[in-house]
Design a protein. Sequence first.
Length: 391
Amino acid sequence: MSSTTTASPADLQAAWAQGTQALREGRHTDAVRHFQRITASGQATAPVWVAVAIAEKGRGDAKAALAALDQARALDPRDIRALIMTADHYRDAGDARAASSYYSAVVGVAVEAGTVEKGLEAEVGRAQHMREQYAARYEAQLQGALTGKGLDRPEARRAAKAVDLLTGKAQLYLQQPKNFYFPELPNIEWAPREDFAWLDKLEAATDEIRDELKRVLEEDNAFSPYIEAEPDRPFFDDHGMLGNPNWSAFYLWKAGAPVPENAARFPKTMAALADAPLCKIPGRTPSILFSLLTPGAHIPPHHGFMNGRYICHLPLIVPEGCGMRVGSETRPWIEGKACVFDDSIEHEAWNRNLERLRVVLIFDVWRPELSELERDLIAAILGAVDNFGAG
């Protein structure tokens, strides 16, 4: 571009008016000449450079148009018009990766802003459509290249998840425990059920456990709200769950100790759990409980207190419309089919059935990657934390 020249505000306004008039009339070379009076002054804004790009494109100079768009994005990286025109440039040039990146940027900027400048709504919608088209082509190319490579085999689940993350079908969720993080444990949302052979015994006892549960469900006030305030701890009820009976529990073990009068009523349940490697941290874990969601209830997204354990569910009463999301994957509960997940990863659950309760048996077990020494040390660390300030 030309060297900087001196121009008065009136000169710049006149150049802008004459340039935009020339654009409207299709006189693209004249428009470039008028806009160059502004760019030569060193006072061009992103919209001015976008106008230059429109004019350069109109007279068939794609290279000059892209150079002007580069200038516009340097001044304002979030200028939607500049991003859309850049995306279109790379689309026309046959550069699918670059075009996809810029169309994605358009959508991201629009979402971040919350509102779009009047007149750009259709263009943002077009960018979204183009992004989806490129994503479909990208996924098809990847899947084609991987056909016959074993991606669908159970032992390739990590590679399959990597592909889902790469194509945007899954979002990356990391362990974010509220209280205690143990380093270098694999970031696994749903653990493979087949890795826990001791669950076979539990699943086989589903009917017996459900029969024991039904007697308690017939009693009033047997279940209490899952979230209860501790008088010596602050609690900020951001999700409206404190004391909320929509999510309630009946404990066989609570905070690392049995609830004798309750456990005694569930001998078959306790026998079915005999082989489970319960996460034993005095004063904290394990908890063994029946978790109840009332019709229409929703447990908002949240994180558990540490990543050194897995949470296990045995679904017992599951009407249609129930499900749970852990990280990027949502699954329905299936009665009698246990599932294992890391609750330090963001998760939520719901019962969208408006007539029936949902009840699952919940308990926590040690992560299998932890050695006996590490388990003992975790218990000792958290025990020291709990003893801080004790009289």
